[in-house]
Ligand binder design. Structure first.
Ligand code: IVH
Length: 672
């Protein structure tokens, strides 16, 4: 084929595929069979493979393929992306209408009303008719660039249709969401592979769109609908209704279920009708959006700081269903917070089956007086995760005893701490439920700064039991790592290198990395300034902490509680055994004057008051060293119960021998 012929065939194929994509994904009215479509697509791919120089970014073949991103880049919006004020009651919508009439000094206002889609808001930019950029709403001023992910959405045209001409520059706002049936299929697929299901279609849409790897987004069934022109290089149509029509002419998907209402009564009727068909719609909506139709009036009304005056979200009342609490279990979160979860007799609330509802804390359970066996009303209001609205008293019911939080963590058995209404597991590093969060925190930038130890990797390491404690990180081998998803020889080497680079952390970073409650960067720095070593901190009591400036009773208690949990101390021992050497604190310089400075100790026999680890830490803290064998250089041998041959050697070599009590008084702790 001649070059010109190839080019023209490519153009024809692309136009045809675009047209069929539009009919299928936007209009929902395909006019060819799947196999005919596949044939066209295959021909395009083959031709493009033979002539890679002719591939264009707006070709339908280019929806997927970019390599994974490191992070989502922040981008400023051309126009601020406002949000909407919302109302629920009929009288509020009447008040809204009266306000519009008053401010516009008119007797009647026409409204354009459409569904309020429950997804996430996005900005789409088309330059010369080509989709060039898309971003999430973010804080309204700056969003995240999700262009490559948006390209994978089939209902989003990569090129505007041109019959009636299109603008050079167009910025539109729309919503990305997931259909309910697709959401359920996706969740099934995820849970079958052992993953965590999304709580609702909106989270699923958001999680899918905010992926770093667009090949994952491509497997997620996202759809898009556009509802506002934010900037355009052509004159804007005079009404919102015509604005939607022109967007549709350019090939963009717009809400099809919508109504023009010359009177506010029409708006109320549309709201009511839409609510009644809500459960039959294939996607989630949580109300309708009422917009003043005339754009000149919209401009006259203007906006408040974060929302326009000319539009309002008229929401539906949250859906409630009645069911029974079969059990109340405790879930332990990544930070150790215990959350009571009601296991419910499965009930369908607006198309989604609910079988559990989280309650924030023990106070909420007590306030609502929820007990096992109770009949309750559960609600799911749009983006809200299922919640128990209230208990429904049943006459003559025999109720169970009130619910109480457990004394020990249901996952690891550690004791439970309390902060106000919140209960938490003190087991931190040894609690399986918290291990993932703990490792992520330990590896984070302001702590040990271990590059390449992200969420996904940590989850795999813990799930595959390659890491059971922080110390295990330092025992990982290349063979372990290459078995993980997303790892190859080079990435494994890089991770091992960054782990190795973290073996001598500064004291403050190490402390911060432990994730002790209330001990962030600032407090960690204060502690590192105040103490000479990690060991000294481990030996300090609550009172000692409290004497430090900026450390009040709450932080002192958190510190003391943390160190009183033997398994937290053990985690440190394990880290040391794996070769981690925490650098001394800033106060270390003062310890040169210590009576133990430069002295070598050998312990033999059983100690009554100290554990061996404690004794060793005490010596090291005060500038001494502990050795396992006696020589002429040994300063002291501490002889406990049933001492071994080391005592004999000490006598022979003339080394000073101490009893445990003498040792205790030497280090200034006669009574333990
Ligand atoms: S118009 C300046 N129309 O609702 C007007 N918003 O609660 C901006 N939303 O962040 C919004 N469906 O994500 C508009 N048909 C619709 C909508 C809609 C859903 C979302 C949008 C916005 C949120 C405000």
């Amino acid at each position: 084929m001649a070059h010109a012929d190839i080019l023209s065939r490519l153009n024809t194929l692309r136009d045809e595929i675009r047209h069929h994509d539009y009919l299928y994904y936007v209009k929902d009215r395909p006019d060819i069979s799947d196999s005919q479509y596949d044939r066209l697509f295959r021909e395009l791919i083959e031709l493009e493979q033979a002539h890679p120089e002719l591939v264009t970014p707006d070709s339908p073949s280019q929806r997927v393929g970019a390599s994974p991103l490191q992070e989502l880049v922040k981008v400023p919006h051309e126009q601020p992306m406002l949000s909407l004020d919302s109302i629920v009651e009929q009288n509020e919508v009447l008040t809204f209408d009266q306000r519009m009439k008053r401010e516009l000094e008119t007797m009647s206002v026409e409204y354009s009303v459409e569904p309020k889609f429950d997804g996430l808001s996005i900005e789409l930019v088309y330059d010369h008719g080509i989709f060039t950029r898309g971003a999430t709403r973010g804080d309204g001023t700056t969003g995240e660039d999700v262009t490559v992910n948006l390209r994978t959405i089939r209902s989003l045209p990569l090129q505007l249709q041109s019959q009636s001409g299109f603008p050079d520059h167009l910025v539109v706002r729309g919503e990305v969401y997931m259909r309910l049936d697709d959401f359920q299929t996706l969740n099934r697929r995820i849970t079958e592979r052992g993953g965590d299901a999304f709580a609702n279609p909106r989270n699923a849409a958001s999680g899918s769109l905010r992926q770093l790897d667009s090949t994952i987004t491509a497997t997620r069934p996202l759809v898009v609908t556009c509802y506002e022109i934010m900037a355009v290089s052509l004159p804007v149509p005079p009404t919102h209704w015509e604005e939607l029509e022109i967007l549709a002419q350019w090939g963009l998907p717009v809400p099809t279920h919508r109504r023009l209402c010359p009177l506010i009564e029409g708006v109320m009727a549309f709201h009511l009708e839409t609510e009644s068909i809500r459960d039959t719609l294939p996607y989630e909506i949580d109300g309708v959006v009422v917009k003043v139709n005339r754009r000149d009036w919209q401009s006259r009304l203007g906006m408040k700081s974060r929302s326009p005056r000319w539009a309002i979200a008229y929401k539906f009342t949250p859906r409630k269903e009645i069911t029974i609490v079969q059990d109340i279990v405790i879930s332990v979160g990544r930070t150790g917070t215990l959350t009571p979860v009601a296991l419910l007799k499965p009930v369908e609330v607006g198309g989604v089956t609910i079988s559990r509802a989280t309650m924030h804390n023990a106070d909420e359970v007590a306030r609502k007086d929820i007990r096992i066996g109770d009949t309750v009303k559960v609600e799911r209001a749009g983006d809200v995760i299922p919640a128990i609205a209230e208990r429904v008293p049943v006459s003559g019911e025999q109720r169970n005893a009130p619910f109480h939080m457990p004394d020990h963590c249901p996952v690891c058995g550690s004791t439970i701490g309390r902060e106000g209404a919140y209960f938490y597991c003190t087991g931190h590093l040894i609690c399986g439920a918290q291990l993932k969060g703990a490792i992520e925190h330990f590896a984070s930038k302001h702590a040990l700064n271990i590059d390449g130890l992200g969420k996904k990797t940590v989850a795999q390491l813990v799930d595959q039991e390659l890491v059971r404690s922080l110390g295990d990180l330092y025992r990982l081998t290349k063979d372990d790592l290459v078995t993980l998803d997303g790892f190859a020889d080079r990435s494994a080497t890089l991770l091992l290198e960054s782990i190795a680079a973290s073996t001598t952390p500064p004291l403050d970073r190490f402390l911060m990395g432990l994730g002790i409650r209330q001990v962030g960067q600032h407090i960690a720095k204060i502690l590192a300034r105040e103490f000479a070593s990690l060991e000294e901190i481990m030996l300090a009591d609550q009172e000692r902490f409290q004497h430090i400036r900026e450390i009040g009773p709450e932080i002192s208690e958190c510190l003391a509680t943390y160190w009183s949990e033997p398994r937290n101390r053990d985690a440190i021992v394990q880290l040391k055994k794996s070769g981690v050497r925490v650098a001394p604190g800033l106060a270390a310089g003062d310890r040169k004057k210590s009576p133990l400075a430069g002295k070598t100790f050998v312990f033999t026999g059983g100690l009554d008051y100290f554990s061996r680890d404690d004794a060793q830490q005490a010596v090291e803290t005060m500038g001494g060293r502990v050795s396992s064998s006696v020589s002429k250089k040994t300063s002291y041998v501490v002889a406990g119960r049933d001492p071994g041959s080391k005592l004999e050697q000490a006598r022979t070599l003339g080394v000073t021998i101490l009893t445990e009590q003498e040792f205790a008084s030497l280090i200034g702790r006669s009574e333990k």
